[in-house]
Design a binder for this molecule. Structure first.
Ligand code: DX5
Ligand code: ZN
Length: 229
């Protein structure tokens, strides 16, 4: 069992800030601020300019953060060929890797490759992808990510219909003796957090709500974390 898997079994709920929306002139300070408020899991959005039009950042940024900060690094691969990149991110310090069911790879074998490295593994579905495509893989996953925006950018409005997928997925897992933590990603903020918690999600990715808060990162983090108390 990976360290990340064991940690998530602790069953608490987490805000997992996405650095995609951070000010890269002050990235270290932004991460430090989140950690000072109790953040344990940092969400690292990787975009290849092909699976999604945008390009974000890669292993060198993760490597420098990993050198400095003692938190879990939750890597979200929005890339067409995740099998070509997982080892670079594992070497750079990834504790967990989530890749898209819509990417061009052999899902079961890539799940096994990541697990063999004792790293947490997750699958993610885009808003228009039925969550039921995850069913064959659920027993092997440490985390499931339900996108609540179209992947490719921070600062979008939440597609609240996607929260229904969390409810249905949780019901299915309960009926089938499964208990994989579910993360949602996109448009999480003080206006959507109540609904997001109510749907049963366990981890909440937040980029612009944390790093774009006019009162600063600490305030942005606290405003969301108060919903998990
Ligand atoms: C979008 C990314 C999200 C995004 C979240 O492609 O996967 O993690 O950064 O940003 P906000 O919280 O601003 O929607
Ligand atoms: Zn993400």
């Amino acid at each position: 069992m990976s360290k990340f898997h064991a940690y998530l079994k602790g069953k608490n709920k987490h805000i997992t800030p996405s650095i995609l929306s951070a000010d890269f002139n002050h990235l270290g300070k932004s991460v430090e601020d989140c950690i000072s408020r109790g953040m344990q899991i940092l969400h690292f959005d990787v975009m290849d300019g092909h699976f999604v039009p945008a390009i974000s950042f890669g292993p060198p940024v993760l490597k420098s953060l990993n050198k400095t900060f003692d938190c879990f690094f939750d890597v979200h691969l929005m890339v067409t060929y995740p099998q070509n990149q997982v080892h670079q991110f594992i070497s750079a310090g990834a504790d967990h890797i989530t890749f898209h069911v819509e990417s061009d790879c052999d899902i079961p074998s890539l799940i096994q490759i990541i697990k063999d490295e004792d790293i947490g593994v997750g699958l993610v579905v885009k808003p228009n992808t039925d969550w039921k495509v995850l069913i064959p893989f659920l027993a092997d996953l440490d985390l499931i990510l339900i996108m609540t925006v179209e992947p490719g950018a921070g600062g979008q409005a939440m597609l609240e219909d996607c929260l229904r997928k969390v409810v249905e997925l949780k019901e299915y897992m309960q009926e089938n003796g499964l208990d994989v933590p579910v993360q949602i990603d996109g448009g999480v903020n003080v206006r959507t957090m109540e609904k997001a918690v109510a749907c049963g999600a366990d981890l909440f990715v937040a980029g612009s709500a944390v790093f774009g808060d006019s009162d600063g990162t600490v305030a942005g983090y606290d405003k969301l974390d108060q919903y998990l108390k």
